[in-house]
Design a protein around this ligand. Structure first.
Ligand SMILES: [Zn+2]
Length: 470
């Protein structure tokens, strides 16, 4: 049995799907006006690994992840570039696919875009107006009427009166209740527009996920996932909309990942504290970044700074070195026959992931097996080495989407050596510069000569001392 933490019931619950052996899962995706950063990548990696795990234990997973392709930020970016909104959206959707691929994230079954569903969105809003769950203001906006639902706020557990008194209502908004949220935004001059019975305009943000998830996965699918910053108002409003449309919440379970925190703030484009995925993969390797993102339980917040990412990258490099050592030593191995030890490791790994997808515990099992692989190779125990290799690469690696590549093993080992060398040389350069500052030229020259003997030439430039290998 698989247990997951459900945000709605605030408890750990057994996963019971609508259809036997099928998991239908919808995960909110990015608004496409920039490259994706590590904060965007966390839910992508977590739910990608979760999907792989579900498949491994025998589920068929049907997954949808959307692109919000119309939004104020996209329009602003388009104006800045002097192009139309669609150019911006198309550009960053392509870039998102590229970055996701760099991170080993498999494409979902569906990647719906908001603007492909405007007609369905308009129909859904019309239905909510008919059923008195929504109202049209004189300027052509449409709002969802929160007071029609007695239990609005149940996902986030927020107190409505507190929210009401804290809600800021712009003067030009004509809401009945300050918590009412927009379903349709009337046209503003110069903005992209679509037709509707209430005049030209475009969909509000929350309605797209309700409509697209219902259309692609049905009235009630199994898991709705996303970052915990989406709980309120986005997912709260999705529940309100679905209940207004179908009389049911959209999903059986709500799974939310914690935020990536940078010096006390959530990593977000608007706070300008982001670290882009492509930069991270280039610097720390795909497995280093994935290992970092899976090293904490998905619900915990993660402090982000370079050091732990570098640690994950080094840990990944050590595993690669071990796997490489194995492939150097042996020809491509056959699948071993499972024995008690293998079963035991695999059971512990699967049990950890079955308990609310506890990746830190699963990773500790994996690292145990890496140690055992090294030991088996040291001992010349070929059969045992094959078993451990099989577990790491073909079982654990496939489930978590790490250590499953063929091409990067050598390259990462080399680049780890280069990094160590680079640190060493920079340390010696710093020592030499200190000696020079203290006018101890003899010592400074000794260090320069020492590097010279190792075929490392120092070049003093106005920007500081550089080195080259010759
Ligand atoms: Zn969404």
């Amino acid at each position: 049995m698989i247990y997951i933490s459900d945000t709605l019931t605030k408890s750990k619950v057994p996963l019971e799907t609508g259809q036997p052996n099928v998991v239908k899962m919808y995960v909110c995706g990015p608004t496409v006006y920039n490259y994706i950063h590590i904060g965007n990548a966390r839910p992508m990696v977590v739910f990608d690994a979760f999907r792989r795990f579900l498949e491994f234990v025998g589920y068929k997973v049907v997954m949808a992840q959307n692109f919000t392709d119309i939004d104020d930020k996209i329009i602003n970016q388009a104006n800045e570039w002097g192009v139309d909104w669609k150019t911006v959206a198309d550009t960053f959707i392509a870039e998102c696919y590229h970055d996701a691929q760099m991170l080993g994230i498999r494409t979902a079954n569906f990647h719906p875009r908001t603007t492909d569903f405007v007609e369905d969105i308009v129909n859904a809003i019309a239905k909510m107006i008919d059923n008195d769950f929504a109202y049209v203001t004189p300027n052509g906006d449409v709002y969802f009427s929160v007071r029609k639902l007695t239990d609005y706020g149940k996902l986030s557990g927020k107190k409505l009166d507190e929210l009401r008194s804290g809600a800021r209502v712009d003067v030009n908004e004509l809401k009945i209740d300050p918590l009412d949220f927009v379903l349709w935004k009337s046209a503003k001059p110069g903005e992209p527009v679509w037709n509707s019975p209430w005049g030209k305009g475009r969909p509000g943000w929350h309605i797209e996920c309700s409509v697209m998830s219902q259309k692609l996965l049905g009235d009630m699918f199994d898991i709705h996932g996303g970052g915990e910053d989406l709980i309120f108002p986005h997912h709260e409003d999705e529940i309100a909309q679905s209940e207004a449309l179908t009389g049911k919440p959209p999903a059986r379970y709500w799974m939310h990942n914690g935020m990536i925190i940078v010096r006390g703030d959530k990593m977000s484009k608007s706070l300008r504290n982001t670290f882009m995925v492509r930069e991270a993969v280039r610097k720390f390797g795909k497995d280093g970044v994935r290992l970092f993102l899976l090293s904490k339980h998905y619900r915990s917040p993660m402090e982000f700074f370079d050091a732990p990412l570098e640690d994950s990258s080094k840990a990944a490099a050590r595993v690669h070195a071990t796997l490489y050592r194995f492939t150097e030593k042996y020809n491509y191995p056959l699948v071993p026959k499972y024995d008690e030890e293998m079963n035991d490791y695999q059971t512990r790994f699967i049990e950890a992931l079955s308990d609310d997808f506890n990746t830190p515990v699963a990773l500790s099992v994996l690292f145990n097996v890496v140690r055992e692989l090294n030991k088996a190779m040291d001992d010349g125990n070929d059969e045992r080495a094959l078993k451990m290799y099989h577990l790491i690469k073909r079982v654990f690696g496939n489930i978590l989407g790490i250590f499953d590549g063929e091409t990067e093993k050598v390259q990462r080992v080399e680049s780890e050596e280069m990094q160590t060398l680079d640190t060493l040389i920079r340390g010696i350069i710093e020592m030499r510069n200190n000696f020079r500052k203290e006018k101890q030229y003899e010592m400074a020259d000794k260090l320069r000569n020492l590097l010279g003997e190792s075929k490392i030439r120092l070049v003093d430039t106005p920007e500081g001392t550089k080195y080259e290998l010759y």
